[in-house]
Design a protein around this ligand. Structure first.
Ligand code: 8X3
Length: 249
């Protein structure tokens, strides 16, 4: 059975993508740090007739990523989704520890998992690496310097990898979402401040949902093998640009 490995699969875009890929006939290997979250997602997939396995691993931990790869006998699709934003302070006062953490999970996590699974992806004869980056991969905004720097890094990784594997049976797809209303993204960014996190989406007629990105990922990886969707930028209709968001009072 074709196998898709999804990181950050315990919630949000990762969990929705796991469901969507399972619905498209993949066995889904769910990767995240929180076992209980993964078990819930796996149960939901199995209840719907799909196939899923649980792999507890922190993508920033090289040994855990090595062990993850050793525990898999197949990987046709890798969705590098684990990531996040931590803090909204400006450059002048930002905590370098937050920036380091964002670089670790968004860039080095993607690097480590991709490195570990490349042999299986190439060995599949038709592998696809998906990198879920962000519209912040291409632009900067106040208070988003560290996140934007990390996402620019992820975009660079995707671009370099695509060049390096040209000629091998492997595709590299980057999906760059704009504003997606998920349970945890803004809550992490605002350090658990629920009202600040909710205010991000206030007055917006339909921000994207995790399922919108999951459908996009699934569409991209189910194109015929010779079709490489290099980069897709996906925003809600109400967000024409990072600073151009239509809100109703
Ligand atoms: C999240 C998109 O608009 O918060 O990756 O930078 S945004």
């Amino acid at each position: 059975m074709r196998t898709a490995v999804v990181t950050g699969a315990g919630s949000g875009i990762g969990a929705a993508t796991a469901h969507a890929l399972a619905g498209s006939g993949f066995h889904v290997a769910l990767v995240a740090r929180r076992q209980n979250r993964l078990e819930d997602v796996a149960r939901g997939i199995r209840d719907g007739g799909g196939s899923a396995s649980v792999h507890v691993a922190d993508v920033t931990d090289r040994q855990e990523v090595t062990d993850l790869a050793a525990g898999l006998d197949r990987c046709d699709v890798l969705v590098n989704n684990a990531g996040g934003a931590f803090g909204t302070e400006p450059v002048a006062t930002a905590d370098p520890g937050d920036w380091r953490r964002m670089y670790e999970v968004n860039v080095l996590g993607t690097l480590q998992v991709t490195q570990a699974l490349l042999p299986l992806l190439i060995g599949s004869g038709d592998g696809t690496v998906v990198i879920v980056s962000s519209t912040a991969s291409f632009t900067c905004y106040e208070g988003g310097g560290g996140y934007s720097a990390a996402k620019h890094g992820e975009h660079a990784l995707a671009g370099a990898l695509r060049l390096e594997v040209c000629g091998l049976p492997i595709r590299v797809v980057e999906i760059a979402p704009g504003m997606v209303h998920t349970e945890e993204f803004s809550l992490n960014r605002y350090r658990g401040d629920i009202s600040a996190a909710d205010a991000v989406y206030a007055g917006i007629d339909a921000p994207l949902l995790a399922e919108d990105i999951a459908e996009t990922v699934t569409w991209a990886v189910t194109r015929p093998s010779h079709v490489n969707v290099d980069l897709l930028v996906v925003r809600p209709r109400a967000q024409a640009a990072q600073h151009k968001v239509h809100r109703t009072p």
